[in-house]
Design a protein around this ligand. Structure first.
Ligand code: BDR
Ligand code: CA
Length: 315
């Protein structure tokens, strides 16, 4: 089984990503670390433990990670998108399990050393824990198999500022570190994640499945669909984080995913949080830019929503 470290600000689409991983038998989640983003790192850990409890997976260790971002304090979350508690203000049954007594940054470093050449690192919140880990122990950049992140917007507008996507915009300093470190990175940004959605019919299919995790996710999705009505003009939600989960599992085939240099604007001007991907001459295909190590997924070959629905209704 492929070992995975999952780093999350567990909100609504993060919960879908976790469900996707839980429904994938060929991977093993070795640990989950949390970070401030959609909600605080502590709240994200609570949400994660409660969702794992519903899934009957209290065996997976959850570590609280960085509360604040590298250069700025946590801003209180995104209640207008993910609710005050990160999961659309629904109440999950409180699991008995508590976070482990290890910081997420140390968990990631330990797992990288325990699984040399094998560990997939999947990050779907701000990249703070990943950046802190590679700064604390640069050797992990050689040890992990691949880093897969949800974040950025190479050719499309941002969702937090005109040019910046939320995970990068929350902690541009961390994103700059992660994209500069010499590991293989795959980014699933708004270029691809805004193109794949769950419709209201998918939400109803989750409810109708009668399965406990599917039901919890359908309940979370209710308010998320209200938010996205203002974006898509209908109750459809973007599948940001689950796409990154599927990529980390090796399940996606790409129509366009060039390997290029990506730099992050971490200045204080209007470009703060922008991911600047050097797509000159490369945006229609795969040609590698010599020396580049960031694979920027721009387009998939197949629809993703049916794959996700099939997995979540199994839970
Ligand atoms: C990203 O920001 C968060 O709100 C979502 O969970 C996702 O990780 C989308 O920009
Ligand atoms: Ca997220």
């Amino acid at each position: 089984k492929t070992p995975i470290y999952f780093d999350t600000d567990l909100g609504i689409d993060d919960s879908m990503a976790l469900a996707y991983l839980l429904a994938t038998p060929e991977i093993e989640i070795k640990g989950i670390g949390t970070v401030g983003g959609n909600c605080s790192a502590a709240q994200a850990a609570r949400n994660t433990l409660d969702l794992l409890g519903i899934a009957g997976r209290a065996d997976i260790p959850v570590a609280v990670g960085c509360h604040d971002w590298l250069a700025h304090p946590f801003d209180g979350g995104s209640p207008e998108v993910h609710g005050a508690n990160g999961i659309g203000d629904i109440e999950l049954p409180t699991a008995a399990a508590e976070p482990v007594d290890e910081h997420a940054v140390d968990m990631l470093i330990r797992l990288a050393h325990e699984h040399p050449g094998q560990l997939r690192v999947l990050a779907v919140g701000p990249f703070t824990n990943l950046a802190a880990a590679v700064q604390k122990d640069p050797a992990i950049s050689e040890l992990v198999d691949r880093v897969v992140v949800m974040g950025g917007a190479a050719m499309v507008p941002g969702n937090m500022t005109p040019v910046a996507e939320a995970n990068v915009n929350h902690d541009p300093e961390a994103a700059a570190v992660v994209l500069a470190a010499p590991w293989q990175v795959t980014t699933l940004g708004l270029d691809v994640t805004m193109d794949h959605q769950f419709e209201e019919a998918d939400r109803i299919a989750l409810v109708d499945s009668g399965r406990p995790v599917a039901g919890a996710i359908a309940a979370m999705m209710d308010g998320y669909a209200d938010f996205y009505t203002g974006v898509f003009g209908r109750r459809a939600v973007a599948l940001h984080d689950p796409l990154a989960a599927a990529a980390a599992c090796g399940h996606l085939t790409y129509a366009s995913a060039p390997v290029v240099d990506v730099v992050v604007d971490d200045t204080d001007g209007p470009g703060r949080g922008q991911t600047i991907a050097d797509l000159r001459g490369r945006f229609r295909g795969f040609p590698e830019q010599p020396g580049a190590h960031a694979q920027v997924v721009l387009e998939l070959e197949r629809p993703f929503a049916p794959m996700l629905l099939e997995r979540i209704v199994s839970l």
